[in-house]
Design a binder for this molecule. Sequence first.
Ligand code: BES
Ligand code: MN
Ligand code: ZN
Length: 497
Amino acid sequence: MTSEFAGLRGSRDIIAEPSTRPEAFEGDAVVLFLYEGGVGSGPAADIDRATGGILSRLVAAGELTGKRYECLPLLACPGVRAAQIVVVGLGARECCDAGVIHRAAATATRQLSGRPRTRVALAADGSWTTRQIEQAVAGGIVGMTGQDLYRAEKRRSRFGSTVWIGAPVEAVNHGAIIGDGVNFARRLVNMPAEDLYPQTFAEEAARVAGRTGLEIEIWDESQLARERCQAILAVARGSSRPPRLVMLRYRAAGDRPTLALVGKGVTFDSGGLSLKPSDSMLTMKCDMAGGAAVIAAAATIAALQLPVNLIAAIGLVENMTGPAAYKLGDVITARSGTTIEIHNTDAEGRVVLADVLDVVRELKPAKIVDAATLTGACMVALGYDVAGLFTNDQPWCDRVAAAARSVGESVWQLPMYPDYDEQIKSEVADIKNVGEGRWGGAITAAKFLERFVGGIPWTHVDIAGPAFAEKPRPWIDGGGTGSMVRAFVELARDGIE
Ligand code: BES
Ligand code: MN
Ligand code: ZN
């Protein structure tokens, strides 16, 4: 079941066949990508010719438009060996980017994976860049993987083999690793809190570290106490599940600056004594999605052997209401020495991250980026699909934004005006864990985190919206989305100054 990255050194079911012709492929289906405005000159044109013009006639009749994510199966086409062709739309050529291609490939494989398939080909367009091919391959893998962890009768099945026609071997291999990374994060998010809690999350981390060649360190509760991580320990006290801090390291060849990835790993957020209402609590197994993104990105970066030195750190706790739970009015001394007055135990993510950021700061990375399902306020501001960005260093934030957008992950920066700092001042401690009232709650949360990064260039990514989809989309099943895995891989790709 836990198949991600297992194929790294062994057999693979994602295969590149750079020179196979789409009409000659023998198997269940061939997926063709179509831009708006006609069959053009790529694999779609090859099939059009082989079939005596079926595609161009459908286009002329208006049955096939090439609009984004339109997905049309054509059965038993003459002149084509495969049992069916699936044509998936990319929209206007000039608006098509790696993100669109990723989702289009995922839409096609998601549709086909509703039934078992032995062999499916997807035909890369000759005009695609290497990055676009990788994102297409990753999308294909994400689309055919669903929410079937706990169902006897699977709704999706991974193809026996997936053949990428017209794509170079290296791009396909890289894309397959990236797709595995996204699916790894999705699987962790989809696991219920009874199965994925701090200890089992740490075990998953150890397993993936073994597969991808990451060094791993796991701090248990006594190590956390020795390290003065009182903020993490405070949040964890309400749960019977002890906390963990997972640290992963990857070193590239040569002397390079270090990138630190930090993740919020609240494996369940009941809100603590500031208990959430039932409706808001229902999906709170997703509150470790930042941690999942960070560990999945680290594993992917190591598997791809990207040119960066990496530290990934995840704070793992369950936020519960047990008899020892931390309380409103408590004052906690975080690892950095900063004291935090607790005004709301549901603002737990920032309290956990205070210590994780301090551990990372001490290691003097060149840059820090964190991912956290931190605030409902960020969803009020930006909706479901867009992550919020917050920074103390504009050029670094611009790089994070560019990396995310280059793979179709939507992000939008929110301001960090000094005035917001006033809002987290406390009457009894250095700071308190919520702002004055709820307005600007995503920003006051970010301002809180900023206190713990020690001036190192840092960007915070609030993924409360995009991390978890309550409903399926054409390209992905409902549940964990793997938000920011591809963005962080891209970020690591060009190295860090
Ligand atoms: N984990 C939540 C934020 C969240 C909400 C993530 C919805 C995903 C979907 C976080 O710990 C939280 O509860 N934040 C509070 C902060 C408030 C008490 C200041 C919130 O956003 O309401
Ligand atoms: Mn909370
Ligand atoms: Zn939370």
